[in-house]
Design a protein around this ligand. Structure first.
Ligand SMILES: C=C(O[C@@H]1C=C(C(=O)O)C=C[C@H]1O)C(=O)O
Length: 388
């Protein structure tokens, strides 16, 4: 039996969650926190999204439900068909627009919580050859942009850190939520971060997406002209095309706006419309993924170029991360400005879109600025050169 009921406002959601493998989804005071696992689904491969949708429907059909809003499944999908996961917490406490509720699966007892622990110290393992590898990858992409029909490729880097204690995800996500109140701060199965990019949200038949591409990270003005405008347009087009192919009727897109975050500013376009009946948010996320914001244009060639040139396993970075309810409605973001925590190690990811005219040093600086979201968590951020 799954029971959902309203509760008096319990104060900060993060204060309610036990430390052990919490599931967190926060934005500007609203959000959901969950713990315990009533069910978990893991899969790999390109059909992960439809498999997840099917699994969720089957799981729901085996459970009686009472009250609203009902159970929620949180998910995080591999960028390139790697491991994807759905988690149905035993207990979820949520807040949206001043309304607070709790959902309990099979009469789970609310667990005792402990105080949030401070962020541990980190040593980032970066060696001197890191820029050379990046430079070689960017040059190879620029060559392909010149010589083939490729128009945009998003290249990413991963950096490893060694912690002197296990990271308390509640602390990390709390700090991210404070610093990035307009982002979605999350932790799902050890992947945590604060992403500014909404891949798709569905609420009944309403659909929306917030497409980002084009970044500035210092005092220089982000100008919506030339190269940046082209880079942004590719990303918007990939979302609009995929939504239309899924039968959505879209409103006309407005001009891109500036989305100012604590470490970077992005060009952002909001896409809104209405869906055909019966489209589940997770299947839609699967049809939209990977957009040109994290892969490139044309998708297939950009995807192949990433696997040939990038030299890292993205894992669940740049894949959809989010949640869905029992009606299949939900909110799926793109897992950016994030890191994977595993015991005392942490692996952070960041990337940038490469289009004609890009230079590796400028893109390097852009990626470094994006790493700032995760690196900024660690006050004593130090680089241990020559470690790898
Ligand atoms: C790839 C990342 O960000 C994406 C790439 C952007 C760009 O190239 O300008 C901007 C926002 C995101 O769509 C990242 O944060 O790792």
């Amino acid at each position: 039996m799954i029971r959902s009921f309203g509760i008096p406002d319990p104060g900060p959601l993060l204060d309610l969650v036990p430390d052990h493998r919490p599931v967190l989804w926060l934005r500007g005071g609203d959000g959901m926190v969950g713990w315990g696992e009533a069910a978990r689904f893991e899969t790999t491969g390109p059909d992960a999204f439809d498999e997840a949708a099917r699994w969720w429907r089957e799981w729901l059909s085996g459970h009686r439900r009472q009250g609203a809003p009902g159970p929620v499944a949180f998910g995080s999908f591999g960028f390139a068909g790697g491991r994807s996961v759905l988690i149905v917490p035993r207990v979820v406490i949520g807040r949206l627009g001043g309304v607070t509720w709790q959902t309990i699966v099979d009469d789970a007892e609310p667990a005792g919580t402990t105080a949030r622990r401070p962020v541990p110290r980190v040593r980032w393992l970066e060696d001197g050859a890191e820029f050379e590898r990046w430079d070689a990858a960017v040059c190879e992409v620029l060559r392909r942009l010149r010589d083939t029909s490729l128009a945009k490729v998003v290249l990413a880097r991963g950096i490893d850190g060694v912690l002197d204690d296990v990271l308390d995800l509640r602390t990390a996500v709390g700090l991210l939520a404070d610093r990035f109140p307009t982002c979605w701060s999350f932790a799902v199965d050890g992947l945590f971060g604060a992403t500014p990019e909404l891949l798709v949200r569905t609420a009944s038949r309403a659909v929306s997406s917030l497409v980002l591409a084009g970044t500035s990270w210092d005092d220089r003005q982000l100008r919506n002209t030339g190269r940046i405008a082209a880079e942004h347009a590719y990303a918007v087009r990939s979302v609009v095309d995929a939504l239309r192919q899924s039968g959505a009727e879209l409103d006309p897109c407005g001009e891109p706006e500036m989305l100012r975050l604590a470490n970077v500013t992005h060009l952002a376009t909001k896409v809104t419309g209405r869906l055909a009946d019966g489209v589940q948010s997770v299947s839609l996320a699967g049809r939209l993924h990977p957009t040109a914001a994290v892969c490139g244009t044309p998708t297939r060639q950009a995807f192949d170029t990433i696997s040939e040139v990038e030299g890292i396993d993205r894992g669940r970075y740049a894949g959809p991360v989010g949640w869905m309810d029992a009606d299949g409605d939900g909110e799926w973001c793109i897992a950016l400005r994030c890191a994977q925590a595993e015991g005392r190690s942490v692996r952070a990811f960041a990337g940038a879109g490469i289009v004609e005219g890009a230079t590796s040093s400028v893109e390097w600086a852009e990626v470094a600025a994006k790493f700032g979201a995760i690196r900024g968590l660690f006050a004593d951020d130090q680089v241990l050169a020559g470690c790898r």
